[in-house]
Design a protein around this ligand. Structure first.
Ligand SMILES: C[S@@+](CC[C@H](N)C(=O)[O-])C[C@H]1O[C@@H](n2cnc3c(N)ncnc32)[C@H](O)[C@@H]1O
Length: 227
């Protein structure tokens, strides 16, 4: 993504947060995602560092901190991060919340046991989707889990925000991730139910690389001699 393009995307999100009160934002539910709550309550995610990408006002990051994760959140809008910091302080929860771009995550490789995304991937431009997949893959620990929530293609395909089918998800993520489960669900504010996909996937466990033995030139000569 060119710097100019990413600046205009950042400005667009910042304008939305500045021109609309938090409660009026269609995605702001003032509570953590039901899918995330269920996943954490199931005990399937190893405790450690968790990252909420495109964390908005921080409902999910704060929930993760309350559940004992070292929680990190990143969002492209400084106003959103301001809201998230205020909420975390009000609830007495420790979260590391910063302004930044999901496509250039400022974290070390193999850091997080969980990466959570609600409403981020479906806002990313089609040309950046592979970069998005690589970005979250890089920071996840081997065997780390990713829960991604995005709009389903049932409601619409073209965006942003875009809608996806299970096949689309396989297309963008299966090269890197083991996709465990794709669940369709619906939710929405004020009875405006929208269809979503919840994608449960993980980074494959660490494996020693199998070294492909290249026979040196000499052994080929030896082979010729021995024939
Ligand atoms: C639909 S909102 C969801 C917010 C939050 N995840 C939630 O569930 O309430 C999408 C969020 O993604 C952020 N965002 C969009 N593109 C981004 C990018 N490239 N990097 C980081 N954040 C981004 C926006 O600022 C916005 O807060």
């Amino acid at each position: 993504m060119s710097t100019k393009n990413s600046e205009s995307i950042a400005q667009r999100w910042e304008d939305i947060y500045q021109s609309t009160s938090l409660n009026e934002l269609p995605w702001e539910e003032g509570k953590p995602s039901t899918q995330l709550v269920e996943l954490i309550e199931s005990g399937a995610v190893e405790k450690g560092a968790a990252l909420d990408v495109c964390c908005g006002s921080g409902n999910n990051a704060i929930f993760l901190a309350a559940k004992g994760f070292f929680c990190y959140g990143i969002d492209i809008s400084p106003t959103a991060i301001g809201y998230a910091r205020e909420k975390a302080a009000a609830e007495g929860k420790k979260c590391d919340l910063i302004t930044g771009n999901v496509l250039r995550l400022p974290y070390l490789d193999n850091t997080f046991t969980l990466v959570f995304d609600r409403g981020c991937f479906h806002s990313i431009q089609p040309s950046e989707r592979r970069a998005y997949a690589h970005s979250i893959f890089r920071v996840l620990k081997p065997s780390g889990m990713c829960l991604l929530e995005c709009f389903s293609a049932k409601d619409h395909v073209y965006g942003p925000p875009y809608g996806f089918s299970a096949e689309d998800i396989e297309h963008y993520f299966s090269e890197l991730f083991k996709i465990n489960h794709i669940k369709e669900f619906s939710t929405g504010k004020n009875g405006a139910d929208r269809h979503f996909l919840a994608v449960f996937m993980e980074k494959p466990p660490y494996k020693e690389k199998t070294v492909k033995v290249q026979y040196p030139v000499e052994s080929r000569i030896y082979g010729m001699i021995s024939v």
